[in-house]
Ligand binder design. Structure first.
Ligand SMILES: Nc1nc2c(ncn2[C@@H]2O[C@H](COP(=O)(O)OP(=O)(O)OP(=O)(O)O)[C@@H](O)[C@H]2O)c(=O)[nH]1
Length: 308
């Protein structure tokens, strides 16, 4: 459905996303169950857990962490704050407090000097002994980046943990990585773990949109459509200007066609006609979907809180 500028707002856009018959069963790779088992085995030697999550989806965390790794104290780090709509920070904190989550920090681990990262050591230590902390979270939320940021901040040392744009970079628990001298703090980097059953498909789509599930397992086409649905719901219409659209629009095929034409992303296909086969150039919808999703993940389509 295409909308004119006068039809912006609540009118005209889809009020709910149609997930069809999609199921999330295939989204939990086998190495994650192994990772969780390894993490449980290391609990006894862990003083505190730092659960890190994407700030854009603060409430859609992994319930398995609560059930299997429920030791106190625990700090919730909401990372990628630079991509989140921080005007909603207070509402997020209030809701988390209602859920019993009180120790919360928003961070941007890519920033060279992030004041929130500096606050972590005083929050998780209270005397001058040595500590072992475990960093947990779903894939691709910035666990390794947090470890590197802590080393940068407290030890003035470089990267110790491999960082990557795709989920599933860290596959095994690493040996302890030192991140602070006084007190001595070691961290355990862990593989990202998703719940084996993502009960709510909408939760799964938010996780996919933020890059915590491999795109091809979910489908770029449906991620792009859910992105369009979410941007319209949140009235984030930056995509209109970026891709020179006439107006906000709720039709993913129209938007992707427009992106493909604007960016010159076309592909050649053979068509059989009455006068023989001809080769035609048609919009490459998959390449356009990738560009749309990538732009969102880089924060180029606006800052969002997908849970509110
Ligand atoms: N914009 C932004 N990107 C970040 C931030 N922290 C990490 N990233 C990026 O997010 C991606 C994943 O970071 P990692 O540190 O590898 O995440 P991880 O949780 O260790 O990933 P797995 O090993 O897959 O579980 C990388 O492309 C990082 O550069 C942040 O605060 N802001």
């Amino acid at each position: 459905m295409r909308l004119r500028a006068g039809q912006l707002g609540t009118a005209g856009f889809r009020s709910a996303f149609d997930f069809g018959q999609r199921e999330t069963a295939r989204w939990f790779p086998g190495h994650m169950a192994k990772g969780l088992k390894q993490m449980r085995a290391r609990l006894r030697s862990t003083d505190c857990i730092i659960e890190i999550h994407d700030a854009r989806i603060s409430f859609e965390r992994n319930p398995l962490f609560q059930e299997s790794l429920d030791i106190r104290p625990r700090l919730l780090v909401l990372n990628k704050m630079d991509l989140a709509d921080t005007s909603k920070k207070l509402s997020v904190l209030k809701q988390l407090e209602r859920e019993g989550v009180k120790n919360v920090l928003f961070t941007d681990c890519l920033k060279q000097r992030d004041d929130s990262v500096k606050k972590i050591v005083p929050l998780v230590t209270n005397c001058n002994r040595s500590y072992c902390l475990m960093v947990i979270g779903v894939p691709n939320v910035g666990k390794s980046s947090l470890i590197n940021a802590l080393r940068r901040t407290n030890l003035k040392k470089g990267k110790a943990s491999r960082v990557g744009g795709e989920p599933g970079i860290t596959k095994a628990i690493l040996t302890k990585i030192q991140v602070c001298e006084r007190p001595i703090i070691h961290l355990l980097d862990t593989p990202g773990v998703l719940p084996p059953n993502i009960e709510n498909i909408e939760t799964g789509m938010k996780l996919a949109l933020c890059g915590t599930i491999l795109d091809h397992l979910v489908g770029e086409d449906v991620i792009a459509d859910y992105l369009l649905f979410s941007l319209n719901r949140l009235q984030q219409f930056g995509y209109v200007e970026r891709y020179d659209l006439e107006a906000p629009c709720d039709d993913i095929q129209h938007v992707l066609k427009h992106i493909a034409v604007k960016l010159g992303k076309t592909q050649r296909v053979k068509a059989i006609t009455g006068v023989g086969d001809i080769t035609m150039k048609v919009p490459n919808y998959t390449a356009a979907a990738y560009d749309f999703i990538r732009a969102f993940r880089k924060g180029e389509l606006g800052k969002v809180m997908l849970d509110l």
